[in-house]
Design a protein around this ligand. Structure first.
Ligand code: PLP
Length: 408
């Protein structure tokens, strides 16, 4: 790997070949039988949860936001390690309900849930994070017709922003949640409708590498939760203060200072407990839990030299890994960490562009990166690919086969 790239210490290398789940990458490729594929390392996921538990106060509940990686085996594995699962569709809800996680620890967020979705979720007994007044009215009516008292939380669009977030999803005007200043009126209605009120959900953004910004968001979310609790019809049982913990993708980015975030929460929690004695504080994370445990693997099909520039044309590309192509929310395209998996150092090194088979110049996995000199048949690995990979990619574009996924 080029030293210019983030240190990828999570995987070991033996005989110049990447190891994943105690297998060499070449052996794993033989086992999978086809390329491209995604592979996720269960030990690395487990270790991530341990690290989070080490740094965060014991009574913080850790939820997995499964849209980051909805692979059934991954969700089953995580269900044994986390305290709850957050879903964003009825499809995800089905996967979560198939795990051993009790339904009341599953919550469902997302704007404009349909009546059918709401009805399934009420019957399942999961918590609905209500995103609007209309949704609340639907939930109340559906609960009545099902003779079930729906469990609800209010998703709050906070009156602050998460600074330095890769993607802001709270503060200002948003399609998500109910503006904080409107929440007291909504709470009165929750009471009148006899909904089973759980608490608040305050999610402000994603992919944040600044511990200071996350701490500030935690401080503000906890204060906002306490302020809004005064208007609640029953004691707040759950205060979800979001997540947004980022991982380093690009040269110069540093891993998040988790110790500092943990310290801040240790400092804040005693006062919060005094104000909200019946409330669990929840942090929900997707990317941070799974992203670094995953790789995307494709094979070099052709080496092409065009006017001096070397292209490795692979059988993988943006249809499988939109994020690595730079087209999933990046403003300026940067290379994900990429290497030749079966020749990490190699004998010779060269600067190449790794592309896929699609008829579009956007199908670019690495632009002029230094790596080992690769031949036809070698395996190209894209690291940091365990989150927002396959499920966030346009697999139907150009009608190539869909890659496999394995948890090793
Ligand atoms: C997407 C999402 C998450 C997960 O965000 P990550 O950046 O992957 O941790 C958590 N909560 C909500 C409400 C989301 O929409």
């Amino acid at each position: 790997m080029s030293p210019k790239h983030v240190a990828l210490t999570q995987f070991s290398v033996r005989n110049d070949c990447l190891q994943i789940g105690n297998l060499s990458l070449t052996r794993l490729a033989q086992r999978v039988g086809t390329t491209p594929f995604y592979a996720y390392d269960r030990k690395i996921i487990t270790e991530r949860i341990r690290m989070l538990r080490r740094h965060l106060p014991n009574d913080i509940h850790l939820h997995y936001a499964m849209k980051a990686n909805p692979m059934v085996a991954v969700v089953q594995h995580l269900a044994k390690l986390v305290d709850g699962i957050d879903v964003a569709s009825v499809g995800e809800m089905g996967v979560a309900l198939d795990t051993a996680m009790p339904p009341e620890k599953i919550s469902f967020a997302g704007p404009a849930k349909t009546k059918d979705e709401l009805s399934c979720a009420i019957a399942a007994g999961i918590v609905l994070n209500m995103e609007s007044e209309q949704e609340m009215e639907y939930i109340a009516r559906l609960g009545e017709s099902l003779s079930i008292r729906p469990k609800v939380a209010i998703r709050v669009n906070p009156d602050f922003e998460l600074k330095s977030a890769g993607m802001k999803m709270g503060g200002g005007s948003q399609q998500f949640g109910i503006d904080a200043e409107c929440v007291p009126v909504i709470l009165a209605r929750v009471d009148a409708l006899k909904l089973d009120f759980e608490g608040f959900h305050i999610f402000s953004g994603s992919q944040n590498l600044s511990a200071a910004a996350i701490q500030e968001a935690h401080n503000k979310a906890l204060l906002l939760g306490i302020r809004l609790a005064d208007y609640a019809p029953q004691p707040v049982r759950r205060l979800n203060i979001g997540g947004g913990f980022g991982i380093p993708y690009f040269p110069g980015e540093q891993a998040l200072d988790l110790a500092s975030i943990g310290k801040n929460l240790h400092r804040l929690l005693p006062a919060v407990k005094q104000q909200l004695p019946e409330s669990r504080i929840v942090i929900e994370l997707g990317r941070y839990i799974v992203a670094e445990a995953g790789i995307y693997v494709c094979r070099v099909m052709e080496r092409k030299i065009s006017r001096g520039r070397v292209f490795l044309i692979t059988n993988g590309g943006l249809h499988h890994h939109l994020a690595a192509s730079g087209n999933f929310g990046q403003i300026i395209r940067k290379n994900f960490p990429v290497a030749v998996g079966n020749k990490i150092q190699g004998f010779e090194r060269e600067v190449v562009s790794v592309v896929g088979p699609l008829c579009t110049p956007l199908d670019l996995l690495a632009d002029r990166m230094e790596m080992a000199k690769a031949e036809v048949g070698d395996l190209i690995v894209v690291f940091q690919s365990g989150a927002y990979g396959l499920s966030a990619s346009p697999t139907a574009f150009l009608s190539h086969p869909v890659p496999k996924e394995v948890l090793v």
